[in-house]
Design a protein around this ligand. Structure first.
Ligand code: NAD
Length: 424
């Protein structure tokens, strides 16, 4: 279910430049000194490795793997690993920096990192994916570590890959080190609540934003793009809180019903149909791209980057966009969205629920103690709500959109910490 097909590239802006343009605006608003700006702009480490893997039929294929540590100023770096044919260094750099800002926005003691392997796991056997994951871990053995750099799942990876990574790392160290990675299966020290954590954070961000916009959940509707881990849990939890989910989508297309879609049912359908919504009845099938421009109160892009662009931003009718995915809005589309008065709960805030519960998993591993789901959810809901309120206050104080406010909160925290720690 965590797997995603190679995503089509549409109007792809350079994701690193896209992130940097927002960073620049926030840095200026904050009056960040040039020297600190330069420190925060550049990733501290970029690693590219070649991974020769023996495939099942005996041939050897070479895969390219990446790990970028953007910052370790606030603490060990943290970030997911994606398996996707579209992964490239620039994308990993952008996602690593996003992780720095995301951890800082929700005030957890981590820096930011990201990794990836250019591969198509759907066309590989479990054995091939395992060998690839173990080879990648071996190549990164001096990079990873519970006090250095802590990976997690992202597109195309899940608990299975994290278990292999933890095992490979532990073998190399000669002891069980479960805090080296998060998003593990529960029996290996995974946290209760981790699977649904990002979708849950999207739900908390949506409801907190709705309070500010005075939108009543029981009279509001929402369209969710992407029906994987983030999208399906966000849809389910929003439905449970009274919102009507009128459209959902995945790679097979978008499914629309103005009277609302039963999300429990669609999840069950997906789980028994190869992870896809293809053929789901009781809805009208519409073009995937049309979901974002529906007549709807809220849209939740929870699939991939660069889906809201200068080509469709003007046609968006929602009052609120809650970014479940990383980088779903291109930098050039920001101005259009802002001029229309649409509130955006930006990715580095809205999808930080996952990293928050990852942090809880690491804390529990280090304590050697397991929290209840109730404790995990209560603590993560509070962190998400406090973070949203802080960003909202900052957006009013600086008179800037929520996205820039989130960057201001994050950059300010990392810059202040850097100044206290000092450099060479
Ligand atoms: P996933 O692989 O579980 O699901 C992705 C979903 O998006 C699938 O349903 C897929 O069919 C669909 N999709 C892909 N391209 C699409 C398109 N063009 N139109 C419509 N649907 C499309 O992935 P995920 O873990 O849910 O991650 C989704 C996004 O959220 C990514 O940007 C990821 O970086 C981000 N994110 C995930 C987490 C997490 O904890 N899983 C945390 C933070 C951010």
């Amino acid at each position: 279910m965590a797997y995603i097909e190679p995503a089509p590239i549409k109007d792809k802006e350079n994701p690193f430049e896209s992130m940097m343009s927002r960073f620049d605006i926030a840095a200026r608003a904050l009056g960040l000194e040039d020297q600190v700006y330069n420190v925060l702009k550049n990733p501290v480490k970029q690693v590219v490795v070649s991974l020769p893997i023996t495939m099942d039929e005996g041939t050897i294929e070479v895969f390219e793997g990446y790990r970028v540590i953007h910052s370790n100023i606030l603490g060990p770096s943290k970030g997911g690993i994606r398996y996707d044919m579209d992964v490239h260094l620039d994308e990993v750099k952008a996602l690593a920096a996003w992780m720095t800002w995301k951890c800082a926005v929700v005030d957890i003691p981590y820096g930011g990192a990201k990794g990836g392997i250019k591969c198509n796991p759907r066309q590989m056997s479990a054995g091939e994916v395992e060998r690839l994951t173990r080879a990648y871990t071996q190549s990164m053995i001096e990079i990873f570590g519970p006090d250095r750099d802590i990976p997690a799942p992202d597109m195309g990876t899940g608990p299975r890959e994290m278990a292999w990574l933890m095992d490979e790392y532990s073998r190399a160290r000669g002891m069980t080190v479960n805090a080296v990675v998060t998003g593990k299966p529960l029996v290996l020290g995974g946290s209760l609540g981790r699977t649904e954590a990002t979708g849950r954070g999207v739900m908390v961000s949506t409801l907190t934003a709705m309070e500010k916009l005075r939108l009543n959940p029981s009279r509001s509707n929402v369209a969710v793009q992407g029906f994987g881990n983030v999208g399906s849990y966000a849809a389910l939890l929003l439905e449970e809180r009274g919102l009507k989910v009128i459209a959902i989508s995945d790679l097979s297309g978008a499914y629309y019903n103005k009277n609302g879609i039963n999300i429990k049912e669609t999840i069950a359908y997906r789980d028994t149909h190869n992870g896809s919504l293809e053929g789901y009845g009781g809805t009208e099938k519409i073009h995937g791209d049309d979901l974002l421009t529906l007549e709807v109160d809220i849209i939740v892009p929870a699939a991939k980057e660069d889906v809201i662009t200068i080509h469709n931003a003007d046609n968006i009718k929602a009052k609120l966009i809650v970014e479940g995915a990383n980088g779903p809005t291109s930098a050039k589309a920001d101005a259009i969205i802002n001029s229309k008065g649409i509130m955006v709960a930006p990715d580095i805030l809205a999808n930080a629920g996952g990293v928050t519960v990852s942090y809880f998993e690491w804390v529990q591993n280090r304590l050697g103690y397991k929290w209840t789901a109730e404790r995990v959810n209560r603590r993560s809901d509070r962190i998400m709500k406090d973070a949203f309120d802080n960003v909202y206050r900052t957006s009013i104080e600086y008179n800037v959109p929520m996205r820039i406010a989130a960057y201001i909160v994050a950059i300010d925290k990392v810059a202040k910490t850097y100044k206290f720690r000092g450099g060479f």
